[in-house]
Design a protein around this ligand. Sequence first.
Ligand code: CDP
Length: 211
Amino acid sequence: MMKPIIAIDGPAAAGKGTLARRLASTLGLPYLDTGLLYRAVGRRVLDTGGDPADPATAEDAARSLRPEDLDRSDLRGPQADAAAASVASIPNVRAALLAFQRDFAAGNGAVLDGRDIGTVIFPDASAKLFVTASLTERARRRWLELRAKDVDTDIATVEEDMRQRDAKDADRSAAPLREAHDAYRLDTSEMDAETAFQSALVFVRSRIGGV
Ligand code: CDP
């Protein structure tokens, strides 16, 4: 039997990662945070002093990406966020990362989170979730994460950066952030992580069967 592929998409800081990781461990599936791919490409460009918006530089960085690049400790924070969103809007970067994502799930199935998993990478995924929350709530959550890491910033700046990045992700022509027509929409604005997980698990099990 084909192993399930679970696609989890949505805007920044909606709670995709926490949910995806927990679903993966409960269902015994490998987990891939696809945002890390774009973050690592953006970081490689910054390392060389290049411009993440330059298509040729970004494509080179995507083609030479190595698995260990995903383990870097500098893939989060405002600079990495912006570089990731820039390289992510370049079609050849997305094309270069497509095979990695498909290969990851081949054989054993997987839970993947990102922006275009259910629309572009795995349009035939076994179950698709679109996880979202209000901008205010997502900014509050990201601000708390940053504060826990001692990043000195204020909520208004975090919210404005996030608003701009969401707009860029939704407005780009290459694989824009869209809710798949067959996705289960989970608005976590007024939901804690446990409630979101239980609700997602019921949906996923209804699609893939099993206990
Ligand atoms: O953690 P957060 O939700 O803030 O971001 P992320 O999921 O790590 O994604 C960082 C950036 O990578 C996004 O703003 C997108 O521009 C890009 N991305 C994408 O284009 N496609 C994906 N499948 C995943 C991320």
